[in-house]
Write a protein that binds this ligand. Structure first.
Ligand SMILES: [Zn+2]
Length: 295
């Protein structure tokens, strides 16, 4: 299998910046890990693709975490993506099934109304940078685009797409983000807005084998783009470990740990991002319990 990298583009005068990626194989992996039905596969695939593209615009060792907390039946969806193109995603209800609305899967309805939280972390900064915006449509791309416009004050286009066949298998997935930089002529802004509304559906383009460059050209209406590959390979990666599990258990506090020890059972914990199972013996629980200081 070929390695996958995000493609980055800019015009010579730097007034337009874009990035694009085809994530079909990655979203297939998401579907497998979560055994998800189409609505969750599409929502998670769009969010993961969007987060990877956004993270590629950060600096080394920086990470972005996006949480979509709507009141719809899909529950919360959460994703983490690093500048190094490692990402993971989960949602509360991966096997949600809803009837079609106007022939389409109702992603926005499944997510519902609520908030989108975008947190940027840097390993050397103590305090993460948190932005909160209201969910606009729940279709993810519009919500991320709204975030850009609200918090970064940049006109931009975010297009994200996952198409799934009748058997629930992922056929195509990918995304594009175009940002206008200061100094961009207003005619370019208008062109972009019209293009965003009239562009052929992203899924259709990806299904037809479009490259990231062709996707960006479709939305920007320009062929004069310089292209660079982001240096890191895109990967589904979950940094969970037994040490993290131990830390989480300790957060429960002495009383809860004592209760678990008394039951004398093996404590089974499953990572909801990657499905890896961890079992913690009563002896290990006791050790964690004894490490905690009593105040
Ligand atoms: Zn994990």
């Amino acid at each position: 299998m070929n390695t996958l990298h995000i493609s980055k583009f800019h015009t010579e005068d730097l007034t337009l910046r874009a990035c694009a990626v085809i994530t079909t194989d990655l979203v297939k992996q998401v579907q497998q890990i979560h055994q998800s039905f189409p609505i969750a596969t599409i929502a998670m695939g769009r969010l993961l693709t969007g987060a990877l593209l956004m993270a590629s615009g950060l600096a080394e060792k920086q990470q972005i975490c996006i949480r979509v907390q709507g009141d719809g039946p899909l529950g919360e969806i959460s994703t983490d993506a690093t500048f190094e193109s490692e990402a993971r995603v989960y949602c509360n209800n991966p096997q949600l099934d809803l009837p079609l609305t106007n022939g389409k899967l109702p992603i926005g309805k499944a997510i519902g109304k609520g908030m989108l939280t975008i947190t940027r972390f840097h390993e050397f900064h103590k305090h993460p940078q948190v932005s909160l915006v209201e969910i606009q449509t729940g279709e993810i791309a519009e919500d991320l685009s709204y975030y850009y416009q609200q918090s970064q004050q940049i006109p931009c286009i975010v297009a994200l797409s996952v198409s799934v066949n009748n058997q629930g298998e992922v056929q195509a997935a990918g995304g594009v983000i175009l940002e206008l930089m200061p100094g961009a002529p207003s005619t370019l802004i208008n062109t972009l807005e019209t293009k965003a509304q009239t562009s052929r559906h992203l899924s259709e383009l990806i299904l037809n084998g479009a490259t990231p460059r062709e996707l960006v050209q479709e939305y920007s209406n320009t062929t004069k783009l310089k292209e660079n590959l982001h240096p890191h390979e895109v990967k589904y990666h979950c940094p969970c470990s037994i040490n993290r599990v131990d830390r989480t258990l300790k957060l429960l506090g002495k009383a809860s740990l004592a209760e678990m020890i008394l039951k004398g059972e093996l404590c089974e914990i499953k990572c909801h991002f990657c499905g890896k199972a961890y079992s913690v013996s009563p002896e290990s629980l006791r050790k964690l319990h004894d490490e905690l200081i009593t105040y």
